[in-house]
Design a protein around this ligand. Sequence first.
Ligand code: FAD
Length: 365
Amino acid sequence: MSHQDSHDVVVIGAGASGLAAATALHAAGRDLVALEARDRIGGRLLSAPTSNPERALDLGATWFWDGEERVRALTMLSGIATFDQHLAGDSLLQETTGTRRLTGNLMDTPSRRFTAGSQAIATALAAMLPTESLRLNEPVTAIHMNGQGGLDVLTPTGTVHAEHVVLAVPPALALERIDFGGALPADLVRLARSTPVWMGAVAKVVAHYPRAFWREEGLAGAVFSRTGPLQEIHDMSGPDGEPAALFGFAHARTVRPGFEQAVTAQLARLFGPAAATPAVLHVQDWSAERWTAPSTVRHLADHSLFGHPLYQRPALDGRLHWASTETATDHAGHIEGALAAGARAAQSVLAASSSASDVTSGVTA
Ligand SMILES: Cc1cc2nc3c(=O)[nH]c(=O)nc-3n(C[C@H](O)[C@H](O)[C@H](O)COP(=O)(O)OP(=O)(O)OC[C@H]3O[C@@H](n4cnc5c(N)ncnc54)[C@H](O)[C@@H]3O)c2cc1C
């Protein structure tokens, strides 16, 4: 059934950035709806359950670092359990000529992890919103200026009228999937089409084992590889090694038939025969995710476009506000950047709507 409704604000995308914008706008008393294309929240925060309901394995974002105050504050506020990334042990350097053991962990820097997986960040933010403010399975297909000074946001099931829209989708993806009716300025279109999607061309592989056997050999689980298919590998076990897991990144272009066998063979060469048979091997190819990666994702490489000044200004007569980690001026690419961009977009909506009400009430007249 087709629906038509009106809200002060439509937030497009329920990843960390969209949810951060939505919670800030809701806290400021704005009537909003967040439209999410997928059947789940979190976007690039995606955690696979394990047999322990309180622990999960991250298939998207894994770590946060010192100085990422928004993430830290949210974990404190929402009681999200965190722990230190395991660092102890030696690292490995894998070259075509063989593997060298290097004393100490030369790969990993101190960081923190989310015990229940990073998707807990999205769950915590969504819990601050009224349930009816969040609609799943609602991909936005078009945004049009409606002639009465607002925006019409179209999905396959209906139209939502809004005074303001927060676009919390990677810019290049937004330009590929959403029809703006030619209303965006040419420099903004060029910029958005050229802005990389952080980690969008990467496959993340998580090998879940019965125990962290590499630690028993004094290994940190940290590898830099010049042979692949995994180019870097890290220990991704939970607190006290439970659940036990290693993860690695590969270029998405290497994910072809035979990829899983190539990965387990690489892990066995590095960590011995026990590594050849993980209990579960997750392969998450983000470049194949329709709601993360545009078709151009492998060709977008100019990360200097992250946080570009054009993203800091609203478009479409001051009604379209950019979010997503790619638009952040600090910590772009990280969860921290996604939260910061969402907060900035919410501020931008509040500033625009309060100046509009000042005009209506004659304050600035
Ligand atoms: C493999 C990997 C590892 C990473 N590791 C780390 C890490 O260790 N630490 C860290 O800080 N960061 C890491 N990141 C980055 C981190 O995940 C992102 O910065 C953050 O999750 C981005 O949030 P976002 O809301 O900006 O975008 P997204 O999470 O991409 O959210 C966008 C949302 O919009 C939805 N959407 C898209 N198009 C539409 C549409 N047309 N209509 C409606 N909804 C739409 C999507 O479904 C999605 O839910 C990693 C990312 C990946 C992929």
